[in-house]
Design a protein around this ligand. Structure first.
Ligand code: CMP
Length: 233
């Protein structure tokens, strides 16, 4: 990727677009453009945090797994989103695994370049504080859902969250995710996800495509997510 293309990608990015021209040039020199194949591991939980990542295209999966091989997906990070900021900022090990969920294009920014840069840019530092607040809020919501919501409510919340995170029109939003993956996000088996989704297909709340779920009736899912206690019929 040439320097001018890199610059135009960073200039449009919500985190970096307010930087002065000189700072943006500096960041552009730090950002290494990298292409990843689906399934490639970026890092594993407990690795040292040497870099920050910006997704340009594709999706990166943030997950954790138990020693018995159970897997939980914490988030799917899409275009324009950042990840890997926690270990970079607090110098602790990585809090989760990161894997390319599709073929991806990313920018990799070395911690040794990023830390002095963010120290010199208070507006950017504030944006990272907002990002960390958003992570804590999301985690609190997930804990609330696990404790208080029934399975259909959790699935409805997850679908709405994924379509909103990608700024799609929720009424027509296609979410590229398999039924196994959404099960790993909400703590349900693939079989119960499939049963629930097929019931919602009959109600025309969702449509199933190969490797994707299309939200057709976001208000109905929203109502279910806020009630959260309906049966799974
Ligand atoms: P880091 O700990 O460096 O590496 C794993 C990254 O996953 C972490 O930074 C965040 O960017 C991201 N991450 C960790 N926990 C969550 C979570 N609960 N939800 C979304 N993203 C997370």
């Amino acid at each position: 990727m040439t320097q001018p293309i890199k610059l135009s990608v960073l200039r449009q990015h919500p985190y970096f677009r307010d930087l002065a021209a000189e700072a943006l040039d500096q960041l552009c020199r730090y950002a290494k453009h990298t292409v990843l194949k689906r399934g490639a591991t970026l890092f594993a939980k407990d690795d040292p945090g040497n870099s920050l990542y910006v997704v340009i295209s594709g999706t990166v999966k943030i997950s954790i797994s138990s020693s018995e091989g159970r897997n939980a997906i914490l988030n799917l990070i899409g275009p324009g989103e950042l990840f890997g900021e926690m270990a970079v900022l607090d110098a602790q090990p990585r809090s989760a695994d990161a894997t390319a969920n599709t073929n991806c294009e990313i920018f990799v920014i070395d911690r040794r370049d990023f830390l002095p840069f963010v120290r010199s840019q208070p507006t950017l530092a504030m944006k990272f504080i907002e990002l960390l607040c958003a992570r804590v809020r999301r985690t609190s919501d997930q804990v609330e859902q696990l404790i208080l919501q029934d399975l259909p409510g959790r699935l409805a919340s997850a679908l709405l969250g994924l379509s909103e995170a990608r700024k799609l029109d929720a009424e027509g939003g296609t979410i590229a995710i398999t039924q196994q993956e959404i099960g790993d996000m909400v703590g349900m088996t693939r079989e119960s996800i499939n049963k629930q989704l097929r019931a919602w297909v009959l109600r025309k709340w969702v449509r199933l495509e190969h490797g994707a779920i299309v939200v057709l009736d976001a208000p109905a899912l929203r109502e279910l997510a806020s009630a959260g206690t309906r049966g799974d019929d």
